[in-house]
Every structure is written in C-alpha cells, then in structure tokens.
Design a protein around this ligand. Sequence first.
Ligand SMILES: [Cu+2]
Length: 211
Amino acid sequence: MRAGGDVFWALFDEFNFWALIVLVIVIVWMFHHSLRYRSKDGSNNNVDNFIPGVFPKENDNMTMELTWTIIPFILIIYLTFIAWGPIDDLWTADPDAHEVTITASQWNWNFDCGDLDADICEVSNIDVEGQTKPLLRLKAGESYMFNMTSVDVTHAPFFLDWGLKEDTQPGMITRLYHTPSTDEIGSSLLMCTEYCGKDHGYMTAVVEVHA
Ligand SMILES: [Cu+2]
C-alpha cells in the first residue's frame, strides 16, 4: 500500500482522470480555434467589427454560457463529494483502538501512551541530524486513536508516510484514527504543517512502526 491508504489513492487517480479529461477538452478547443480562426495575410483582422471599449453584446450566446457554467459546476460538486471519502476514513471511530495522546506545544511534540503495553506503544528520544527528537514506536496491525491537543497555538501533525494530518487546537481535542499496515513498517517523519512561530520548521518527531 502506498502512503495515505487505498482510499486516498483511489481518489487521487479519479482526480487525475477528470483533470485529464478537462485538459484534453481545453487543449483541443484551444488549438482548433487558434488554427481555425487565425487571420491570413492581407485579410481584415477585425472581422467582427469590434470597437475598443464596447462589449459585443450581439455575440452573446446564453446556451454556451450556461453550458460552461453548469457542467464544470456539476463536476466540482461531484469531486467535492468524493473527496469526503478519505476524511471519512480517518475520522471513523474504532471503539477498540489504542489511545495515544499527542500534545503539541511551541515547538515540541509530546506523546503519551497511557498504560499501553510497550510492545503496542512506546515513547523515547532519537537523534536526528544532531538534534534530539521524540520517537513514537507503534505496532503494525494495531488500531490507534490519536487524541490530540495543543497547549498554546494551532499546530498540525503530519504523518508524512501515512499521508495523514489534522490540526491541534488549544482547549480542544481533535482525533485521528490509523492502523499502520505491515507495508508501513519502518521509520517515518512527523512534522508540523501549521505555521506556529520561529521554530515551526524544526517541530518534527519520528514515528516508527514495528512488526
Ligand atoms: Cu508548526
């Protein structure tokens, strides 16, 4: 499984599919019109008798206006609707999930495994390019619920290899659910993706998934 989960990638492929359709229509239309309506040497360049500053109302075409408004509108509504898929996936509550608390602060991540087994959840430190960073160790195949909050400003943990992120807010609990797969065994980066001040760029941690 690629990072982000199957639901995300199905969505990604579908967005690319529709982007390709729109691209082909636009490119074909653009080249067709550029070639079909270009002026020839010596011909009158102003065949429509445009007057600068006067809108050519007589060329108005309501059917065309409505077509290029309504069709893209339907497509956007549809894409918005299917984009809820991955959100639904990572917010779906699993009552049996192990609870891990994540507390964000300027500029640190604090992980708390509660009374979970060390095999299921363990927190320590790791050296990353000379800096000490928090290390969260989790087990593949186990279901986790991350209860998250912030003690100061808005932060947002981004589990890079899982393709998951969610804001943390002071005075509020936000949640993420994830079951690391065996394909996600190994170390990956967690970084802050909500600008939170001077050391925002260094607000990282390492998440390690073991078998
Ligand atoms: Cu930040």
